[in-house]
Ligand binder design. Sequence first.
Ligand code: EPU
Length: 341
Amino acid sequence: MSSVLFQRDIRLHRLNTFGLPARAAWFAAVDSLERLAALIATPEWRYLQRLVLGGGSNVILTGDFDGLVLHARIPGRALVGEDQEAWLVRAGAGEPWHEFVCWTLEQGWPGLENLALIPGTVGASPIQNIGAYGLELAQRFQGLEAVDLATGELRAFDRDACGFGYRDSVFKREAANRFLIASVTFRLPKRWTPVTGYAELARELEAAKIEKPTARQIADAVVAVRSRKLPDPAQIGNAGSFFKNPVVDAAAFAEFIARYPGAPHYPQPDGAVKLAAGWLIERCGWKGKWFGAVGVYDKQALVLVNRGGARGQDVLRLARSIQESVLDEFGVVLEPEPVVV
Ligand code: EPU
């Protein structure tokens, strides 16, 4: 029974968008809840350390994993309900995110268009509360179902239970490695208003002479902007933004902006200010620099890239050097965005 469920000694380089080499001692594809239940019932389950992988677009693998990699592949997408304000649309964790977004738009359910072309799967999207061009997943989130890997129990999480923050949720904190997200349900507004406040997106729509964009036109504009600035993981290994944009308090910001008057910044509702990590890194001279197989992307300094042959440790070494120089120059701590395994 278990030999059918588990594979042994599997290479993971194609299962992470950075293309980093690593092997999993044990590996299992999870394409249904039944299959997961069968895995949990095996004797091996109890002694294996576990790692859940989705699209592998937000993970840095630093070496071989001695435990069990669970590859979340549960499929499915459907309208599961509606009320006066919204359509409720559910997708299985294994659905590729961008394909799901395109499908919702084809069905006439707007709301996810600003998040077009983000790599990865639906199941991973709440973990880091994906966001782009003025919208965060949390704003369209209804709930999710996840299996507690310790007990096998299926649990429902509403928005509060997910504890969303900027590129953050309980699944990156106290609940890390404990759950396998099975499906996510989105709340897509019937009275839709376009979110076009992000300067670059607004410029893109203006250049195309679109005044009242449809959701599809916003998705197209987002795809155009992203394709210009962010590397396609199918062409060159990367995990999107490598660091979060740092948030500093009002006093630190006053000092910072006096020294660097033109620096991009985004005031937060609580008086703190978010700085642009890409700008800080570029100012320290890293943009477009290569160190063997790893480098800093030449069109967006917040993205580290692997042109082939990099190992996780090479990526971390570069990341640490960048953190040190940004701390020296600006007194600002950069926190990595992807999960380091
Ligand atoms: N900037 C530079 N140099 C650079 C990169 C950026 O000066 O090399 C400046 C830009 O000119 C701009 C500011 O920094 O004034 C912000 O840059 P950008 O609009 O490219 O966005 P970002 O803050 O670097 C964030 C998200 C992205 C998301 C974009 C668009 C984070 C960590 N990253 O990047 O998300 O696509 O905004 O909303 O919040 C991801 O999380 O993986 C990701 C790609």
